[in-house]
Design a protein around this ligand. Sequence first.
Ligand code: B1M
Length: 221
Amino acid sequence: MDDEILKSLSLKMEALNIEGTLEGVKRALNEGIPPFEILKNGLSPGMDRIGQRFERKEYFLSELAFAGHIMKRAMDLLDPYFASSHEGRLGRFLIGTVQGDLHDIGKNIVCTMLTGAGFEVYDLGIDVPDEKFLKKTLEIQPDFVGMSSLLTTTMLNMKRVIKLFQEKGIREKLTIFVGGAVVTQAFADEIGADAYAKDALECTQKAKDWITTRKRNLWSE
Ligand code: B1M
């Protein structure tokens, strides 16, 4: 039954049927399907197929943009569920989408889930220049810096930011997370990030694990 509801939701999303998608999300919530399941097995597969149709030139940029709009409206329905737990302040997490990249839906979900889990999140938004990551890092001294990238053309900008932190002598004070559709564990290792997360749930879980095992503020050392 859940599978059917989620399959139907993904097809509504793929067809860019905004009313059907929002109704599908509400129906899934009413049926008690966990919000992250709705995202992972309903909305995201629909988005993936939209991307594939874009590659096959069946959809164009206007459709991609509309898909982004539908997804944001769907997330308005899911966000309250992600933000519902309060575990206190776990640590400070600075995050942004790297320079040249305008995709923010996944990054925003990561922000919502981290906030819901009890992290203090500072979101720099999209198309964030390296210097802006550095400036805010020096200002707020976060435990974590997270970078998101969805384009093969922008993923290497993550490496540049890490290099900048190294040059300024603050790399070791930070736990650096990277993620986004094109990023892999191998790439994270290659550029010297501390952690890769495939989705918002894994990012939140890994950040929690990290903070509970480390238990100290590296900026005060
Ligand atoms: Co774009 N786009 N897009 N797009 N777009 C992709 C990414 C693409 C894969 C589509 C395709 O061709 N199949 C392709 C990239 C190919 C590549 O580089 N390998 C692509 C392209 C080519 C482009 C343009 C270049 C198109 C053009 O202009 N010709 C252009 C680039 C603009 C730019 O950024 N400079 C472009 C533009 C756009 C829109 C602006 C129209 C719109 C984005 C709207 C917005 O974000 N506000 C858009 C959309 C909607 C997509 C697709 C269809 C959907 C992205 C999305 O929101 N997914 C996408 C295809 C796809 O990804 N399947 C595509 C849903 C979201 C929940 O998933 O963002 O992956 P995701 O986030 C996940 C995880 O990745 C992870 O957690 C999230 C969920 O739990 N995660 C992290 C994300 N960040 C993390 C950070 C972490 C940890 C985990 O730690 C810090």
